[in-house]
Design a protein around this ligand. Structure first.
Ligand code: MIC
Ligand code: SF4
Length: 641
């Protein structure tokens, strides 16, 4: 039996484990990326591990999230990251150089390599044929130190794209269709692998839109083959020598298959408040729009921006709409300026933002009360925009631009002839905003601002863990609920005690207070608990508040790994009805915790309030059992050393 793409790359990088879906494997990591909102913590942890230099082929630290400098905090963190990166052998992408995933694709990604990033949209690199995976900062720190990355061997779902997109329909509509079919839970435990004749007409940046938003499926990653298109892109980036051909074997097997006829797709939108709440723009109808935001790591490539500029050219943004545009990288912005497209955007009334995440992570541009905001981004979770009552719709750049002109949600097909945009033969190449690390052995002084506070460290798992149920939440709770991010909180990503005061407050403002009064306890979750971001702050803040365990119907992959890394026990109900039998305030206890965790997968929790016994499972590998017993990955790693 032949191998599919994911299996080929995994096989090439396998360090331990059996390549059968569901078993724990570990792989060698070639490249890592960090960004500033998770990076501070990742480098603090890298320092705690105590390695002098990174051991990867290339590690890059980006500044793209926390670029609003309303106080000293973000600027201090940038200095810390720049100096710590230089000292330990990490390239530093300066603020203004662009969004990590866009820049990594343009300048560093290599087909066939593995990439681990402390950001859930790291799978963007799958657009260029990498096995690119998002993880918590500590996992990335370990990988920078040359340690293996442990993961569950994924199933592989093949998505065959047939035919060709019609005018005005674009890559964003493809991934929205996949989300419509598979939902935000449909990719859990899987790699989504794209095949089919439709690939011939999809350029690398378009493929990257699809792999980027594959994160919203809960998938481990998504991947396209490395073919002629990939070669053309790398050539245009002056990196043809990085190209290799990488295709699945003709007789490769897949665990699941899906076929999409590109010619049947129409402009789609994800309605509030979930990326899988998809309907066609026509079905939704011409609702009034207050804000349009174009950019983010999903849709900010040069070609996306050119299309937008062509649509806006010679027209004026509707007087009731605020149009903001953030080109994905300095390369994109530079080319738009040179070609005159930037002038067309500005003339039409667009507000141009720096090349960064910006409004996607609530760093500015929060919409007005009850506003409708159309965004070319990948997440529309409630409140993520910075305005709880805002209604965010996720759309393609074409739909966004057409709607910005009309003032209402608009099917771009009503605009007549579609913009014609081709991938350039060569991009402007100027890496002067990437600072190479200091040569080995050079003394670099790491600058630490007063905002950097020690992070919480767990201790060895005790014989018994007990405490009250501090909160009970429903399905699909995101990390944006657990550890909200916005312009006010993001500057405190290196200050866990401060952040903890906001933990789970979108679900219950009293949660942090209650957790502290009770000296910690348990969280009860529904299914897909912890979907979304890779932020380990969603585990570290609960740790700070004394959370000992989370019992849920199911967990999202990265969050579950972050809980284990923090030494917080993730448990799932054996019988889901038990979820209904637990109430907030109930006292739970896991007796003989160490023995139970060592002995096996099924554990018994006692509900002291009702007297009942609750069967729960832990899907821990033997290595993860040791991590839990040691009180988290950092303690475990130190113990190993
Ligand atoms: C996001 O899109 O939610 C982020 C901000 O990029 C996060 C990282 C973070 O929380 O810092 C992600 O997706 O991992
Ligand atoms: Fe940045 Fe948004 Fe992409 Fe996250 S999803 S990396 S916040 S642009």
């Amino acid at each position: 039996m032949g191998l599919n793409l994911a299996q080929k790359i995994i096989k090439d990088h396998l360090i331990s484990g059996e390549m059968t879906a569901g078993s724990e494997i570990s792989i060698r990591i070639d490249q890592t990326l960090t960004q500033d909102s998770t990076g501070t913590m990742a480098y603090l942890q890298f320092e705690a591990i105590g390695m002098p230099r990174v051991k990867t082929k290339k590690s890059v630290a980006y500044i793209d999230h926390n670029t609003l400098q309303a106080g000293f905090e973000n600027a201090d963190d940038h200095k810390y990251i720049q100096t710590v990166a230089s000292k330990h052998g990490v390239y530093f992408s300066r603020p203004g150089n662009g969004i990590c995933h866009q820049v990594q694709l343009e300048r560093f990604g290599v087909p066939g390599m593995t990439l681990l990033g402390s950001d859930s949209h790291t799978p963007t690199g799958g657009g260029i044929g990498m096995l690119a995976i998002g993880a918590g900062g500590l996992d990335v720190a370990v990988a920078m130190g040359g340690g293996p990355y442990y993961m569950t061997m994924p199933k592989v779902c093949k998505v065959t794209l047939n035919g060709k997109l019609r005018p005005w329909v674009s890559a964003k509509d493809i991934i929205l269709e996949v989300l419509r079919q598979l939902t935000v839970k449909g990719g859990v435990g899987k790699v989504i692998e794209y095949q089919g004749e439709g690939l011939a007409s999809l350029t690398v940046p378009e493929r990257a839109t699809i792999t980027n938003m594959g994160a919203e499926l809960g998938a481990t990653t998504s991947i396209f083959p490395s073919d002629e298109m990939t070669r053309e892109f790398l050539k245009a980036q002056g990196r043809q020598s990085d190209w290799i051909e990488l295709l699945p074997d003709a007789d490769a097997a897949y665990d699941q298959e899906l076929t999409i006829d590109l010619g049947c797709l129409e402009p789609l939108a994800a309605k509030p408040h979930s990326p899988d709440n998809v309907a066609s723009v026509n079905e939704i109808g011409s609702i009034k729009v207050d804000q349009v935001a174009i950019g983010s790591c999903t849709n900010s490539s040069y070609m996306d921006m050119l299309k937008v500029a062509q649509i806006l050219k010679g027209k004026t943004v509707h007087p009731d709409v605020s149009l903001v545009i953030a080109p994905g990288s300095k390369q994109v912005l530079n080319m738009l300026a040179k070609e005159g497209a930037l002038a067309d955007m500005v003339a039409a009334g667009a507000r141009i933002l720096e090349s960064a995440c910006g409004p996607c992570i609530g760093m500015g541009q929060a919409p007005a009360t009850d506003a409708v905001s159309l965004r070319t981004f990948n997440r529309n979770f409630e409140g993520r925009s910075g305005t709880k009552s805002a209604k965010v719709y996720l759309v393609s750049p074409e739909t966004a631009a057409a709607s910005a002109l009309a003032g209402v949600l608009t099917d771009p097909r009503t605009l007549g002839e579609a913009p014609s945009v081709k991938m350039p033969d060569s991009f402007i190449i100027n890496d002067n905003m990437v600072v190479a690390p200091a040569p080995e052995g050079t003394d670099v002084e790491v600058v630490r601002g007063p905002n950097i506070k020690p992070f919480p460290l767990n201790s060895e798992l005790p014989e018994q863990i007990g405490g009250a149920v501090l909160i009970k939440v429903g399905d699909n709770i995101t990390t944006d609920h657990i550890m909200p991010s916005n312009a006010k909180l993001l500057p405190f990503r290196s200050n866990i005690p401060y952040l903890a005061e906001y933990c789970l407050t979108p679900c219950d403002p009293e949660f942090p207070k209650r957790a502290k009064e009770n000296g910690g306890g348990f969280i009860i979750g529904g299914s897909n608990y912890g979907q979304g971001s890779s932020r380990e702050h969603a585990a570290l803040a609960p740790l700070q508040l004394g959370i000992k365990g989370v019992v849920a119907k199911s967990f999202a992959r990265i969050h579950m790994a972050n809980l284990i890394n923090s030494g917080i026990l993730p448990m799932t109900f054996v019988n889901e009805e038990d979820y209904d039998r637990i109430k907030e305030g109930d006292a739970l206890v896991l007796e003989n915790a160490r023995e139970q965790i060592k002995a096996g997968k099924e554990l018994t929790l006692r509900n002291r309030t009702t007297g009942s016994l609750i069967k729960v499972q832990t899907a821990l590998s033997s290595r993860q059992v040791d991590i839990m017993l040691a009180g988290g990955l950092l303690n475990y790693t130190k113990k190993q050393a």
